[in-house]
Ligand binder design. Sequence first.
Ligand SMILES: NC(=O)c1ccc[n+]([C@@H]2O[C@H](COP(=O)([O-])OP(=O)(O)OC[C@H]3O[C@@H](n4cnc5c(N)ncnc54)[C@H](OP(=O)(O)O)[C@@H]3O)[C@@H](O)[C@H]2O)c1
Length: 345
Amino acid sequence: MAGKHLAAILPQKGGPLSVGERTTPEPGPNEVLIEVKAVALNPVDYYQRDVGMPPVPIYPAIIGADTSGIVAKVGSKVYTAPAPGSRVIALASSFYQNGSPDHGAFQKYALAQSEGVIALPDSLSFEEGAVFPLAVMTALTAWTTIGIPLDTKYTPQDKHAVLIWGGASSVGTFAIQSAKSLGFTVYATASPKHHEYLKKLGAHAVFDYKESDIVSQIVDAVNKDGVNLHTAHCVVNGSLQPTLDVLKETKGDAVAKVAHSPVLAADHPTLDKTEIKFNFPPMDPVARDNHMFQCFHGWLQDGLKSGSVVPSPSIQVEGGGLVGLNPALDKLKAGVSGTKIVVPI
Ligand SMILES: NC(=O)c1ccc[n+]([C@@H]2O[C@H](COP(=O)([O-])OP(=O)(O)OC[C@H]3O[C@@H](n4cnc5c(N)ncnc54)[C@H](OP(=O)(O)O)[C@@H]3O)[C@@H](O)[C@H]2O)c1
């Protein structure tokens, strides 16, 4: 007989999450069943809880995406994920599974497709491991969205620069770490208290987005450094106009490319010879699975092994387990600064 486990269930649009029992599923051929030890929270989680967006196709739902834990079982055709008993980092989301509640993170046992499951290094805690999945995938997808392959290796002689607007956000910190690994000279924006930290992660220069002359500060630095800035990732809301203001001065006759992580409004600002694309993985499932494999089993796994990728930003642990998820989501919704909220389960 199938076992039962506890879950933070979203009964209907508007929430709140309510802890109850669910039947523990068996993994499908390409899936891994994870005993969840910690989850990290993302803005999409409170959007789904509170307003049902992005759409939640099945209620009661299990939301959440970021987990770390222990492999409980693997499917019959899983060749690449760690064996049962291993500590893992896993993207466990119902988003690409037609809303299947067996796949959401906010429960004690969750299913994940094997492309998004990799070993958690012994040197990292479960809380540290949970910060990676969605933020890493989003940061890496921004590159491929604007046509930059993840195996890109620019050299300093190439003089390629990138602007990351919102460097202290969870996605922004991995945008910086990945930009560095691709060989970009990285310009970022953040509150001054995060500047030194973001430089340690790989930013060449960081600017305070609350300064009225931030655009000219960035343009002057780029000109002085003699690099080519025609690539940007707008990580946070409201950052497209100032990003375009910078690119207007730095791109010359080149075609500029901008990845935009928040939903892109239909009447968003534009700039001549500048492609602005909403940051999203391929819609084709095979292409998406390959992309996910590259993100997790390629960039993240390699970076963790070599020590070039570290958990970021700083971690804020909230207690209460599954019951603690509602107040923890409320804290995220109220706004965080350079922190990732993690809840041990
Ligand atoms: N497209 C996708 O598939 C996808 C996936 C995941 C997330 N997202 C979206 O990506 C965005 C970032 O998510 P997240 O989880 O990384 O956010 P987060 O960590 O909650 O972002 C908080 C940070 O945003 C920074 N910030 C706020 N306004 C800013 C501004 N005007 N300029 C520069 N920095 C600013 C703050 O920086 P300071 O502390 O320096 O003030 C703060 O540290 C969200 O809109 C989310 O919905 C999209």
